[in-house]
Design a binder for this molecule. Structure first.
Ligand code: CMC
Length: 427
């Protein structure tokens, strides 16, 4: 505690403790506010509200800093790998060599899906959005893995977490295979987590699939960049769903549903669609003008962030990776020129400068994913795959927190006051 904050409400003084984190803004502990004043706070979108205590991820939006368990995202993206970052998020520390091997072994042994789950896919239309399939199949996991749904047992929680991290690439690849009418591929445990996912997605049973190390490294980096991001909308959804004691598979399905929205994970798909629609650098001014027009709902997708008011540090790594991948794969995509030019123009434009709108992680990710060969509908699926580790780590942290309560926000009611029911014939 670092002192008190004084509030004058209803003509009386009230003191509330101010709590300090290890870094970042202090918080005013208002848990007794309603009991003492009969008032709620009003904060739509939780712009000033800390919903929980967490030791996982720290963001300084003004300085463009993102730390996982204290480690900067650029160091993790450049020097680590997704398995190691997953261990770090789940367990709090970087693993020793032996711990990393054991963790990778455990995850690898959970990559297969219950065979009957394949029939779920066949219930979807071939043109179903893969995120719709992901919501359904991940939610259905609770019907197959009963032995890891007792959330009061830390061991079962960890088994469910490992299962979710391990099975997500299989589920995502199967969603893709279903959409293109190709047979599902079983995991190949000789491959890395990321290599295995690429093979299940792009391989076919009739031929050997050779994992391209450039693509594997880029994909692994993209997974790291999306692994966790503090209390964003989908993570808060997972926590809120989990706060009622719902099973972990249902909670992650809820997170996937929230992530799908174009203001959140769906932005990478929307950003690439937008770049394709712009098509040529000459048309950029027209779209910049639309983004600035208050009467036009259009927004520059992949631009702006609730927390980052400097530069999204993930976007820097993503832009560098996009350069590397396009160079190494020899892909010349005019969309990349449009992206680079659009960024340069927006960064100098008074509207974007004054509102502190910078490219976010989704601005360049679509360019890379498209170069690798993913259709746009798969972009958010890849985000969900990577974010699963963040979701399960945050969910585990919440369940272990003695302060945890069911999430139950209050409201400012502005509807009609009490009135008498009028029978339909008298209205
Ligand atoms: N293009 C044009 N104007 C924008 C944009 C944009 N992309 N983003 C924000 N603004 C304007 C907005 O109109 C508002 O103007 P005013 O103050 O005049 O009303 C001002 O900037 C503040 O915007 P806001 O909507 O109040 O800010 P927010 O914190 O509620 O929204 C956001 C953040 C990410 C939803 C928003 O910037 C946005 O819609 N961006 C495009 C979608 C996108 O790229 N999302 C991915 C986010 S990163 C990945 C993830 O975390 O999922």
């Amino acid at each position: 505690m670092t002192g008190n904050a004084k509030l004058v409400a209803g003509g009386k003084d009230h003191d509330y403790p101010v709590l300090a984190g290890s870094v970042g803004p202090d918080v005013i502990d208002i848990r007794k506010l309603y009991g003492q004043t009969g008032m709620f706070t009003y904060d739509p979108g939780f712009t000033s509200t800390a919903s929980c205590e967490s030791g996982l991820t720290y963001i300084d939006g003004d300085q463009g800093i993102l730390l996982h368990r204290g480690y900067p995202i650029d160091q993790l993206a450049e020097q680590s790998n997704f398995m190691e970052v997953s261990y770090l998020l789940l367990n709090g520390e970087l693993p020793s060599q032996a711990e990393l091997e054991k963790f990778s072994y455990t995850i690898t042994r959970h990559t297969m899906l219950h065979e009957q789950l394949a029939t779920f896919y066949r219930g979807f239309r071939r043109d179903a959005h893969p995120m719709a399939i992901m919501c359904g199949v991940v939610g259905a996991l609770s019907a197959f893995y009963h032995d890891s749904t007792d959330i009061t047992d830390p061991r079962q929680r960890m088994i469910a977490s490992h299962r979710l991290i391990a099975k997500m690439p299989t589920i995502a690849a199967m969603a893709y295979k279903y959409s293109v009418g190709q047979p599902f591929l079983y995991p190949d445990n000789k491959l890395s987590y990321t290599g295995n996912f690429l093979r299940m997605t792009f391989g076919v049973p009739a031929e050997d699939y050779v994992v391209d190390p450039v693509v594997e490294a880029a994909m692994d980096k993209i997974f790291i960049l999306h692994a966790d991001h503090e209390q964003n909308a989908s993570t808060s959804t997972v926590r809120l769903a989990g706060s009622s004691g719902a099973n972990p598979f249902a909670c992650i399905a809820a997170g996937i549903a929230c992530l799908w929205g174009p203001a959140h994970g769906g932005a990478n798909e929307a950003a690439l669609n937008m770049l394709r629609e712009i098509g040529h650098p000459d048309r950029i001014p027209e779209y910049i003008a639309r983004a600035k027009n208050k009467d036009d709902p259009f927004r520059l997708m992949g631009f702006g962030h609730r927390v980052y008011k400097n530069y999204d540090p993930r976007a820097k790594v993503m832009q560098k990776t996009a350069n590397e991948v396009l160079d190494k794969l020899g892909v010349t995509d005019p969309i990349f020129d449009v992206a680079r030019e659009l960024e340069q123009i927006a960064l100098k434009d008074e509207y974007f400068v004054s509102k502190k709108l910078y490219p976010n992680v989704d601005f360049y990710s679509g360019v890379i994913l498209s170069a690798i060969g993913f259709p746009t509908t798969m972009f958010t699926v890849l985000f969900a795959l990577a974010r699963t580790v963040g979701w399960v780590a945050q969910w585990n942290e919440m369940i272990s927190d003695p302060e945890q309560k069911i999430g139950r926000p209050r409201q400012l009611y502005t509807g009609p006051t009490q009135r008498d029911y009028v029978p339909v014939g008298d209205r």
